[in-house]
Design a binder for this molecule. Structure first.
Ligand code: SAH
Length: 212
């Protein structure tokens, strides 16, 4: 997601207390920083933040960190926090390739990827967030018993993601090609902005939950 350059978005973000500006300094201490005793959940590529903001409000005992690379998009998440502040949610503006500098080994309990960029060209496969290259990074920061959830309406990207699991040493607890048609999996489902948009167009939503 890339919104038109919004004048001043960088400045607003630079001054926002909802954004952690030196995330490397928080490595290994995220729960402390968020003031929570419960598990640490992160969303990578959160866009405008509807999903993680809703979850953080619903589960105040958990800690949440939303990661987004573009200021113009992150700005919308910051504005949601200004309208409805939550103590257990912080944002980072960063490229996901650098995750291991920001989260300690096995520090994270749960990772969410929602409607990640498809990077359709073969030569860009390494940039896809559910690729084996990213799974290796997630393996470092995620607890051994931790889980990763991925939702998308892009069937090609989802098929690729499923094929990456075995070579990367992960397995799926759950795989569905029609999340919204599955009553049990829909229990507690929080819609993302893209999920609302694409399911309204009639696109089925794919989801997996994986561990290793
Ligand atoms: N999760 C939201 C947005 C999906 S669009 C939703 O479901 O509605 C994908 C988002 O991920 C975009 O905002 C894009 O800027 C961000 N993104 C993609 N690759 C990223 C990366 N490598 N690091 C950080 N953010 C990334």
């Amino acid at each position: 997601m890339r919104l038109r350059n919004i004048t001043g978005s960088r400045e607003v973000i630079a001054e926002s207390d909802y954004v952690v500006h030196e995330p490397e300094a928080a490595k290994g201490r995220w729960r402390e920083l968020l003031g929570v005793a419960g598990p640490l959940h992160i969303e990578i590529g959160m866009g405008k933040g509807q999903f993680i903001h809703t979850l953080a409000g619903r589960y105040p005992e958990n800690g949440y960190v939303g990661i987004e690379k573009y200021s113009s998009v992150l700005l919308r998440a910051v504005q949601k926090m200004e309208a409805q502040p939550l103590p257990n949610l912080k944002f980072i503006r960063m490229e996901a390739e650098d995750l291991e500098n920001v989260f300690g080994r096995h520090e994270v309990d749960w990772i969410y990827l929602n409607f990640s960029d498809p990077w359709p060209k073969d030569r860009h496969a390494k940039r896809r967030l559910p690729s084996r290259e990213f799974l290796r990074r997630f393996d470092t920061i995620l607890k051994p018993e931790g889980r990763l959830e991925f939702k998308t309406d892009n069937r090609q990207l989802f098929d690729f993601a499923v094929e990456e699991l075995k070579p990367a040493g992960w397995y799926a607890d759950v795989i569905t090609y029609d999340l919204h048609g599955d009553e049990k999996l829909m229990d507690g489902n929080v819609m993302t902005e893209y999920e609302e948009k694409f399911s309204a167009l009639g696109n089925p939503i794919c989801k997996y939950i994986i561990g290793r």
